[in-house]
Design a protein around this ligand. Structure first.
Ligand code: R5P
Length: 317
C-alpha cells in the first residue's frame, strides 16, 4: 500500500499482536518485519528488519498491562523508526494507559497522562491515533495532531442487531460519563439515565441514585473502561433495584484487572461487551458473560484515510 506520504508500513509492538494482524489483513498488507525482544536483564531491544526510509509508518501498540513495558516498547520502536529515517511516524494506541491520571487529583500528585504524552512526542511520533480517550481533553496534552476515534459505530451496529430498541434505555454509570452515553443514546434514539453516586457523610457507604426512568427497560451501561468491574456490578444492582428488566454493558477498554472476570461472572449483568483494544486474556475468553467486538476494521479505515490524507472524522458521521 502506498499513501500520499510514501510507502505505508505497519509495525506491531507486543501488546496486541492479534489486533495488529487483523488490521494488517483489513488493509491487505503485511506487518513490517521487526524484532522487539528483551535482553537478559529485561531491557527492550528493537530491530526494524526492513527499509523504512521515507515511509509513512504506523506503530500499533496499546499501553495496556504491563503498562510500563508496553509504553517503553512504543517509545523505543518510535526511536528506532526515527533513526531509520521514516518520513512520518503515527503512534496508533488503541488503549491509552495512564489516561485516568489526567489532572492533579490532590496536592503533590502528578499529571501522568501529560508526562506520557510528552514522552511519546519527544521519542519522535509525528501523530497519535487513539480510541475513546478517558477524557477528550487529553488530546490537548499533545502538541502534534491527535485523532481520538470512537468505538460507538461498532457498538451501535451490534446493539441494533441484538435488541428491540423500543425497550432499551442507555445508562451512564457515573456523572463523568454522561457525554459518552448521551452520544450513543442519540444514535439509537433511546432514553438516557444516569447513576449518581453519593456519599452523604464521611464513613457512610455510597448511595447509588438512578436519575431517569429505567422501570421495565433493558438497560445498556456505556463506559470507556472496565477495570475492577466494581462500577459496573454496583450499577447493575442499582438499576435492577429500580425496576430495570435486565442489564447489559458496552465498554470500550476491557482492562479487567485482578479478579474482575470472576466478579462480572458472578454479577447480575446479563452480558459485558468489550472491544479488542486490549488483547483479551484467557480469563476474558473463558468468561461466560463477556463478549469481544473487534475494532480492527475501524482502525484500519482510519489508518488508510490518514495515509491518503482523507477525512477521519467522516468515519463517525
Ligand atoms: C472512571 O471514570 C472510568 O470511566 C470507569 O468507570 C472506571 O475506570 C471503572 O473502574 P472499575 O471497573 O474499577 O470500577
Amino acid at each position: 500500500m502506498s499513501g500520499k506520504n510514501g510507502s505505508v508500513k505497519l509495525v506491531a509492538g507486543n501488546s496486541n499482536p492479534a489486533l495488529a494482524r487483523d488490521i494488517a489483513d483489513w488493509l491487505r498488507m503485511p506487518l513490517t518485519k521487526a524484532s522487539v525482544r528483551r535482553f537478559a536483564d529485561m531491557e527492550i531491544f528493537v530491530e526494524i528488519q526492513e527499509n523504512v526510509r521515507g515511509s509513512d509508518v504506523f506503530i500499533i501498540q496499546s499501553t495496556s498491562f504491563p503498562t510500563n513495558d508496553h509504553l517503553m516498547e512504543l517509545l523505543i520502536i518510535t526511536d528506532a523508526l526515527r533513526r531509520a529515517s521514516a518520513r512520518r511516524i503515527t503512534a496508533v494506541i488503541p488503549y491509552f494507559g495512564y489516561a485516568r491520571q489526567d489532572r492533579k487529583a490532590g496536592p503533590r500528585t502528578p499529571i501522568s497522562a501529560k508526562l506520557v504524552a510528552n514522552l511519546i512526542t519527544h521519542a519522535g511520533a509525528d501523530r497519535v491515533m487513539t480510541l475513546d480517550l478517558h477524557a477528550g481533553q487529553i488530546q490537548g496534552f499533545f502538541d502534534i495532531p491527535t485523532d481520538n476515534l470512537y468505538a460507538s459505530p461498532v457498538m451501535v451496529r451490534d446493539i441494533k442487531d441484538r435488541f428491540d430498541l423500543s425497550k432499551v434505555a442507555v445508562v451512564s454509570p457515573d456523572v463523568g460519563g454522561v457525554v459518552r452515553a448521551r452520544g450513543l443514546a442519540k444514535r439509537i434514539n433511546a432514553p438516557l439515565a444516569i447513576i449518581d453516586k453519593r456519599r452523604e457523610r464521611a464513613g457512610e457507604s455510597e448511595v447509588m441514585n438512578v436519575i431517569g426512568d429505567v422501570e421495565g427497560y433493558t438497560c445498556i451501561l456505556i463506559d470507556d473502561i472496565v477495570d475492577s468491574g466494581g462500577t459496573l456490578v454496583n450499577a447493575a444492582d442499582a438499576l435492577l433495584a429500580n425496576g430495570a428488566k435486565d442489564v447489559y454493558a458496552y465498554i470500550t477498554h476491557g482492562v479487567l484487572s485482578g479478579g474482575a472476570c470472576a466478579r462480572i461472572n458472578a454479577s447480575k449483568l446479563k452480558e459485558l461487551v468489550i472491544t479488542d483494544s486490549i488483547q483479551p486474556t484467557d480469563a476474558v475468553c473463558n468468561a461466560a458473560n463477556i463478549r469481544t467486538l473487534s475494532i480492527a476494521s475501524l482502525i484500519a479505515d482510519a489508518i488508510g484515510r490518514t495515509a491518503s490524507e482523507e477525512s477521519v472524522s467522516s468515519l463517525f458521521d
